[in-house]
Every structure is written in C-alpha cells, then in structure tokens.
Write a protein that binds this ligand. Structure first.
Ligand code: HSE
Length: 401
C-alpha cells in the first residue's frame, strides 16, 4: 500500500493531545503534518506558539487541504458533531472518544460506509493495548467464548493504591486525577461508565453487536470500604473492576461491568496501577492475555499515532463479526455469584439472599455470598448508588441446573 501524505486537523490539546504531539515528534519513521489545533479555552497557557491554534472549528473542518481529523476532546456531544461533520465532508477521522463511539456506534458504522471514509478509534479502549485491531484482524474467524479484563486505568490505580499502600479511596482518586488518568468528570471512571463504554466498543468488534450502553449493567467502585479490601486480602484476593462479555449460547451474548475478586494465580492479579489487561478465551487460540498502559497521555497518544499511521495506508475497520452476523441476541438472563457487603437487612433482601455470614475485623459488619441473576442487578441499577452496600463478583462459575 502507498502512504498518503497526511495533513491533520486536530481537536483538543489536553493530556492525550499533548501526548500525541510528543509521540509524533519522537517518531522517526512517520511524518505527519499537524496543520491546526482547535482548542476551547482562550486563556490557557499553551506550550506551542499560538499560531498553531484556532478557536474556530470550521477553520479546520472547511479546510480542503486537511485530509485527516484527529478528535481528542472530552465533550462527547461536541465530539460527535465534529466527527460527523468531518465524515460528511469526506474526511477520515481518528478519535479516542469512547463515550461518543459507544453512544453512537451503529450510526458511526453506517456513516463510514455512506460517506466512504474511515473512522479509527483504537485508543478508545484499553489505550495502548491494540485490542480492537486484534479483534478485527486476528480473531476475525475465531470462535470467541469470552473477553474480560481491566479497561479503566483510574479505578485500577485507586484499587492498587488502596490494596498495596492502604491509602484512602479519596486520596487515591486525587492522585489518579493529578496523574492525568481520570476523566474530567471522574464519576465516569469510578462508577464504571468508562469501562462500560469500552466494553461496548469491544463487543462491537468481538461479536458484531452494537449494544446500547443503557442496556448493559455496570457497577463501579465508589462504595468500596476498607472492610472490603480487608476481606479480599484475608482471602488472598485483589479487587479489580472487570468488564465481561461472553457467549451464553451459539448466537447470544451477555455482558456487564462489576468489581471482581482476583486470586494470585490469575493473569489480572499483577495488572496494577494504570495498567489495563484483557483476557480472551477462544476455541482455537485458547486463552490469551494482553496487557499495557490503559491511561495517560503518552500511552493513549501511541494508540492514536498507530491509527494515524494505519489511516495513511488506507486501513479501515471492516466490522467482520457484524457482517458475519453469527451473534444476534443479547441477554441478561445470566447467573452470577456475588459478595454483598451490607448494613441493612432490607438491602440484603433486595437481592433475594437469605443466608448471612458475619465478619469481624476490628468493627462489625455483614456480608453474604449468593447467586443473583444479572437481570435482577439491572433492575436494581438506579437504587444501588443510594444503598450502603458493595458488590463484588466472586468470579466462580455458577452451575446452571
Ligand atoms: N479515564 C480513563 C481511564 C482514561 O482511567 O482508563 C483512558 O481511557
């Protein structure tokens, strides 16, 4: 393939934008010209001369010399505006915006075909781990049973610091924010939204279903307490936030985001700090494990550069699993064994749990381990944040009778 000369119009110059700039400057083999960078804040000090910037998006979108748009802003609605305007104008796009892709997945896939342009977004899931292209190219004909992993650097950083150093949840979150891992609104990280958007993107490439994120159950780590960490430690586990997608039968999948106990013999046990990890289980390739930095300017910038380079050779996602159409159904009829730490007996009853174990660790508190249907968790999803409970998937297989 011949390489096309790229003239890039970039949106956003935050953590990832600057990271990409550094990565591009140190890349020996690849030269791309960033023609203009569109930013929002008129008062922010920039590390480049102001002649590189514009505040007017149309200056980039209407420039016929710009043939690639790199979108790295954190406002998903505005990102969607920019990306779709660019695509309609026949420009290809590279984006790192997981919320935008997940919320408009089907439409963005359709538009790539309609306007004959490419939209690449490797950085949107797992940052530096090239999982999307692997699912597209390596697993295109594989019978993929399941995929699970750690897809959010901020929560993994917080959980690592709490587990290893015993520092508090809020201190660890503050550190993750200072290091540039967290979203501008960290609720997206700690409540599991970010991991869910990434899971939905991965699901599109792994199984060809473009799920509405609203349909996928997610639960984060904001309710974790020192007791939960103590409990996990005493049993030899770490707690990680683990999104899962997998087959329940030939043409049906299920998916969810939940904290999970991880024992020391598991791949994910040593995936710490802002690192992400992905485990695939497939019929022929069997079990595979990918790991790499899942957040931060340079790690994410490296994935964006890889997309920019792929674009210059005319690479496009073909959505092979979608075209094959083998998987057509989504279900939440799926049983999970969970640990529920709670205070109020009424909260326990919501889960239909009867047996109670009590656990002493300095202070008295209560937990129970039981089997719950994913559909029930989904029904409770709006109540969960108001309850004094914490839920962890034990990860043990539930025998279906
Ligand atoms: N806030 C995200 C994370 C950034 O912590 O994983 C990378 O997508």
């Amino acid at each position: 393939m011949t390489q096309q000369k790229l003239r890039i119009g970039m949106f956003g110059y935050g953590c990832v934008g600057q990271g990409l700039h550094d990565v591009l400057n140190s890349s020996k083999g690849f030269k791309a010209d960033i023609v203009k960078i569109c930013v929002k804040d008129h008062n922010k000090k920039r590390r480049l001369p102001m002649s590189n910037f514009t505040f007017d998006k149309n200056e980039i979108l209407n420039d016929p010399n710009i043939n690639l748009i790199v979108e790295l802003i954190d406002d998903a609605d505005e990102a969607f505006n920019i990306v779709t305007t660019a695509m309609k104008a026949g420009k290809s796009v590279v984006s790192a915006n997981k919320m935008m892709v997940a919320n408009h997945f089907r439409e963005l896939v359709r538009m790539q075909e309609e306007y004959n342009v490419s939209l690449l977004y490797e950085a949107s899931a797992g940052a530096s781990i090239p999982i999307i292209r692997n699912l597209e190219e390596y697993y295109d004909n594989e019978l993929l049973y399941s995929l699970r992993g750690i897809l959010n650097g901020t929560t993994n950083y917080i959980l690592t610091r709490m587990h290893n150093e015993g520092i508090t949840y809020s201190a660890a979150l503050k550190e993750a924010q200072e290091k540039g891992f967290a979203e501008s609104d960290p609720t997206l990280d700690v409540e599991g939204f970010d991991a869910k958007y990434k899971l939905c993107i991965i699901t599109g490439h792994a199984y060809g279903l473009f799920l509405d994120p609203e349909d996928v159950f997610h639960y984060g780590i904001s309710k974790i307490s020192e007791f939960d960490i103590k409990y996990a430690k005493e049993k030899g586990f770490k707690i990680k936030l683990v999104p899962y997608v997998g087959k329940t039968n030939e043409n049906t999948i299920t998916s969810f985001v939940l904290p999970r106990f991880i024992s020391s013999d598991k791949y994910l046990y040593n995936v710490d700090n802002e690192y992400n990890g992905v485990i695939t289980e497939a019929a022929f390739a069997d079990k595979q494990f990918f790991s790499g930095k899942g957040a931060g300017g340079h790690a994410t910038g490296s994935a964006v550069l890889s997309d920019i380079s792929a674009n210059s050779y005319g690479y496009r996602y073909e959505y092979k699993k979608f075209r094959q159409g083998t998987v057509s159904k989504y279900t939440r009829e799926h049983k999970l064994e969970i640990y529920l730490r709670y205070n109020d007996e009424k909260d326990r009853e919501l889960f239909g749990f009867e047996e109670v174990s009590e656990y002493f660790s300095g202070r008295f508190y209560k937990y129970v381990i039981g089997v719950v249907n994913l559909e029930r968790l989904y029904e409770l999803r709006n109540q969960l944040s108001g309850l004094d409970v914490f839920i962890v998937n034990t990860g043990r297989k539930v025998e279906v009778k």
